[in-house]
Structure formats: C-alpha cells, structure tokens
Design a binder for this molecule. Structure first.
Ligand SMILES: [Zn+2]
Length: 137
C-alpha cells in the first residue's frame, strides 16, 4: 500500500513546472486559490488513488496507520497540498481525514500550498471531533 501511495507522487518532469510563469498564469493561480475547493476535479483525479482502495482505519495497527499517513502526506506535498490538524488528533482519525482529501475537489497550484483543514470554525459541525482548536474559541 505504501508503494501505491509512493507511486502516486506527482511526476517531477511535469513540463508545466518548467515553463516561465506569465502574468496571466499568475492571476489564474490566484483565482484557483480563491475558488479553492469549490470547483474542479477531486484530489483523487489528480493523483490516481481512490478512497475505496483504502480499508477502514481499524484494519491497521496504529504503527501501520502512522506509516501510511506519513507516506500519504509526503505524496500530498508533491501536489502542493497539505492537511492541517492538531497534534492530539488520534492517528485513526487522521487516516480517515487524509482519505477524505481524495474525495475533495481541489485545484493543483505550482506556487504555495493549499491547506485542507475541514473546519468551518463551528465546533459542533467540526469533523475533527473535539481535537480542533475551534473548540477553544
Ligand atoms: Zn474545528
């Protein structure tokens, strides 16, 4: 499974990354950033991994979950994506949430990072279930 995740890394030889960035591109990227997760294909479409490929968290030991999450987050970084969560979040919940990123619509930017945090700031709706700083606000 780790191998599959590693194979999903964005290709280094992406020709789009080598071309000079034009002003138009620059504004297009800002627009992508603003539109964020509301439009476009899902992360699954970008990286080729599908959420149904991942078994439920209780299928793995905590150690295995840690390895999978680390590999997955590394793979996300190659797409300039990252997921934000507090350090006290149980690894099984982190696992569920990183799998959820595959279903999330996202554009891929070549500049800067897009952050998934899933928190609306409204604690009762927060998918981090009490492990989120929004509770303290
Ligand atoms: Zn929250």
């Amino acid at each position: 499974m780790i191998t599959d995740i590693n194979n999903a890394h964005r290709l280094e030889s992406d020709p789009a990354e080598k071309t000079e960035q034009t002003i138009e591109d620059h504004f297009a990227e800002i627009e992508n950033y603003v539109n964020g997760f509301a439009s476009g294909p899902t992360f699954s479409d970008h990286c080729g991994l599908e959420s149904q490929f991942f078994p439920p968290a209780n299928f793995f030991s905590d150690e295995e979950l840690k390895l999978i999450c680390r590999a997955f987050e590394k793979m996300m970084m190659t797409y300039n994506l990252t997921i934000d969560y507090s350090e006290n979040v149980p690894i099984s919940l982190v696992y569920e949430m990183i799998i959820r990123t595959l279903e999330s619509k996202t554009s891929i930017t070549n500049h800067g990072m897009l952050h998934f945090d899933y928190c609306s700031g409204y604690a009762p709706d927060c998918p981090w279930k009490g492990f989120c700083p929004c509770l303290e606000i």
